[in-house]
Design a binder for this molecule. Sequence first.
Ligand SMILES: [Cu+2]
Length: 171
Amino acid sequence: MSLKRLRTAAILVLAALPVALPASAQEAPAPASSIQAVAAWSRPTIRGAHAGVAFVTLRNTGAADRLVAVETDVAKMAQIHMAEVVDGIARMRPLADGVALPAGGDVTLKPEGAHIMLMGLTRPLSVGERVHLTLRFKAAAPLAVDAVVLAPGAEPGMAGGATQGGGHSGG
Ligand SMILES: [Cu+2]
């Protein structure tokens, strides 16, 4: 084979690569997720705080599923918790099985209920910033969500103020 032919062959191989990659990627297209984050928010933390919280409303347009895990880059780990009042004392416990997401319904994580606990914050969370979360489900594809850190009083559901008590203060 002449040098010219070799070079031509090499160019043909190189030229074929960019075409081949998208083609193989198309064999397994990412399915449009059946779960959407309608709203996601978090709370500011003081310097030195070990824990933060995040909340999200999830809309499930597909089959029944579960939120089973959360990952974040602002804390060592994220857990799914449930806040509850036991004997008049606000407590929270990890939800080992996560949160049920019924088919065709909205589920709102909130301070007085299921919430995402950011354990071992690596830095304080400031008003206005976005906390990156990756939500993992039993069936649906993982969902990347940015939770906006809202100032106290600007939080969803606080305006009404009809419900009181129970929620943990995140301290
Ligand atoms: Cu908690």
